[in-house]
Ligand binder design. Structure first.
Ligand code: ZN
Length: 267
């Protein structure tokens, strides 16, 4: 049986959401970001590895390789702006760190990015926490790095290695579309349990209309159609069924004790 503990969001909080690439916050937290904004919180999305040539579903074949970086990076910026507009009057802020993504930074093929260790000398390990500190956020949401994409792992490691105040609310999100893959679905809880801090699973809202949530998630995901085909948008959207139309995050003790908790699940 599940018991829902409900709190009201009286204090307004500045939440920084770390998005390794431009689409990660949208794919994994598109609904939650809407809930936070509606509750009056400020949401600042920190896009880390924004310089890229990766756009498998956009037609860049005829573009000279010298122009590809500029053109793809600009296209993905436009996709992000389209996503931002989906929130109407209360928009999430966008902060771009202009770091190169794994293929450009680590000189690897795109099919190798989920099988690489973090480079201990990666400048991102310094730049990401610095950028987050400059934002002055009250709470952080970072990727769980399901799927082991090295850019996601690097962002997670950069924040977890930071000496955050013990009362700083922090939560980890389940990276989509990776979390929807059968091998990841079976190990979600185990992955979260490997992170220090006794994380608890949480939802940012207590009840939603599942069909409407799925449709909304699909529309949000398709803002990034240079990155995903229709079937992947469907996987991202339907993943919320297992959580009754919501997105699950994993919060530390400070998050669980904060005003950000609308409801948490008690086994
Ligand atoms: Zn990503």
């Amino acid at each position: 049986m599940r018991i829902w503990i409900v709190y009201s969001a009286e204090l307004k909080v500045k939440i920084a959401v770390l998005s390794p690439h431009r689409d990660d916050a949208a794919f994994s937290l598109g609904l939650s970001i809407g809930v936070w904004l509606e509750a009056g919180h400020e949401v600042e999305v920190v896009n880390c590895f924004t310089r890229t040539t990766y756009a498998p579903h956009a037609d860049f074949e005829s573009i000279h390789s010298n122009d590809r970086l500029t053109r793809v990076t600009a296209l993905r910026h436009r996709e992000d702006l389209t996503w931002q507009k989906m929130y109407g009057g209360r928009k999430p802020g966008l902060h771009d760190l202009n770091l190169k993504d794994a293929p450009l930074r680590l000189h690897v093929r795109t099919d190798q990015v989920c099988a690489l260790p973090i480079d201990p000398n990666d400048k991102a390990l310094v730049k990401v926490p610095k950028a987050v500190a400059a934002l002055g956020a009250d709470a952080l949401v970072i990727p769980l790095a399901l799927g082991s994409h090295v850019d996601h792992l690097t962002v997670r490691a950069a924040i977890l290695a930071t000496d955050l105040p013990s009362d700083m609310p922090m939560a980890l999100y389940e990276d989509l579309p990776y979390a929807a893959r059968p091998e990841a679905t079976q190990s979600l809880e185990r992955e979260a349990s490997l992170i220090e801090g006794n994380l608890r699973s949480l939802f940012v809202t207590t009840s939603v209309q599942v069909e409407a949530a799925e449709q909304r998630k699909r529309r949000l995901a398709l803002c990034y159609d240079s990155q995903i085909a229709d079937d992947v948008a469907t996987q991202i959207a339907t993943f919320c069924h297992r959580y009754e139309g919501r997105e699950r995050i994993w919060g530390n003790a400070a998050w669980c004790a904060s005003e950000l908790v609308v409801g948490h699940e008690v086994p």
